[in-house]
Design a protein around this ligand. Structure first.
Ligand SMILES: Nc1ncnc2c1ncn2[C@@H]1O[C@H](COP(=O)(O)OP(=O)(O)OP(=O)(O)O)[C@@H](O)[C@H]1O
Ligand SMILES: [Mg+2]
Ligand SMILES: [Zn+2]
Length: 331
């Protein structure tokens, strides 16, 4: 997946980027910072961009170049002045000591040596003590960028020694703008809505689905998305339909909770229900059954179109489907 190579390529995070850039320009960025916030919103990316700021050979006051040898080396994790440490896979104090030992060697390409500690909440207690000690004792040219999704798990002594920068989920309007501006791919309005709903503000999630979709087609619509997203199996959809038409509204509610646990999007379940209902109508032999199914189809469609317009559709669809079943019971 393409990782932004300059600050200007970051989607959203306007305030954070402004703050960081302004601090960098005036050489006032705190020596130790913590970037925290939800998953897939650009934390690791920004940590690397900050590191690149110190070494980029063609930096302007506004941004790094993203393509000089130094910028490239950071992107490939091959610059010895920047050490990236994944705390999720190196939790022990020995791992930490080994990396902190690098503080003893002077930087080669700029006046800074930068440690990026990703998933910092995973560090063991001893590893944290070693880090704290280093934060206190090391020379000014050592910089730490801690990255985490779980700021609550970072101890107070560490937090109080760092500048904590909170990153936000990417807003629907920002996702829409970015997707509309992508070259070589056209994503239709409904597909963008579905992507926004599914991603929960994670740009990584959005881009990974778009990347998969782009392999299948250069125009992405609901049809393409439904081919790659995970769906409920046919028998649960059949079961759900049965419960809806027989008015078993409690059963509908319970089954939807089970489906949600499988990480299936209720919007795609609704889509599947609509297809199934159509089929049943085509094959209905009895006029009153057909009539009832048609009324259900109208309700399902209405629910579908209202759901694509709101961010938190799971609850909305659960209640909507339960209501359609309840109406069938009353009839
Ligand atoms: N704000 C953003 N703008 C543009 N692309 C982004 C943004 N956030 C994430 N991405 C995309 O998602 C990928 C992963 O982003 P990154 O590793 O920076 O996220 P993260 O916040 O560190 O997530 P995690 O907490 O899960 O590690 C990037 O390579 C990029 O393609
Ligand atoms: Mg990360
Ligand atoms: Zn550069």
């Amino acid at each position: 997946m393409y990782r932004p190579m300059r600050f200007s390529e970051i989607v959203g995070q306007e305030v954070v980027v402004k703050l960081i850039k302004s601090a960098l320009i005036h050489d006032k960025l705190s020596r130790s910072i913590i970037l925290h916030g939800p998953s897939g919103v650009g934390k690791t990316t920004i940590a690397r961009l900050i590191a690149a700021w110190y070494v980029c050979t063609q930096r302007t006051n506004d941004d790094i170049c993203g393509k000089c040898e130094m910028c490239k080396a950071i992107q490939n994790d091959s610059l010895i002045d920047v050490l990236e440490f994944d705390a999720a896979s190196n939790t022990s104090v020995e791992d930490m000591r080994e990396i902190l030992n690098q503080c003893n060697y002077a930087p080669q390409y700029s006046s800074n040596k930068i440690f990026i500690i990703d998933e910092a909440h995973m560090l063991s207690r001893n590893a944290i003590s070693a880090l704290l000690k280093t934060l206190e004792e090391t020379a000014d040219h050592i910089r730490f960028i801690l990255v985490t999704t779980e700021i609550d798990k970072i101890s107070n002594p560490i937090r109080s020694r760092c500048l904590c920068i909170q990153m936000q989920s990417i807003k629907p309007s920002e996702i829409t703008m970015h997707l509309n501006a992508l070259p070589n791919i056209k994503i239709d309005e409904l597909a963008i809505k579905l992507l926004i709903n599914l991603s929960n503000g994670s740009m990584r999630e959005v881009l990974s689905i778009v990347e998969q979709a782009s392999i299948l087609s250069d125009t992405v619509d609901m049809n393409i998305l439904t081919q790659i997203l995970s769906f409920a199996n046919d028998s649960s959809v059949e079961d759900l339909m049965q419960k809806i038409v027989t008015g078993d509204f409690v059963g509908v509610f319970d089954l939807l909770q089970l489906i949600l646990q499988e990480n299936v999007s209720l919007l795609s379940v609704l889509n599947q229900l609509i297809q199934l209902c159509r089929e049943k109508i085509l094959h209905a032999l009895n006029a009153s059954v057909k009539e009832k199914l048609l009324i259900n189809l109208i309700d399902l469609n209405k629910l579908y179109f209202s759901s694509t317009k709101i961010a938190f559709f799971s609850e909305f669809i659960t209640i909507g489907l339960t209501e359609i079943a309840y109406k069938n019971k009353a009839d």
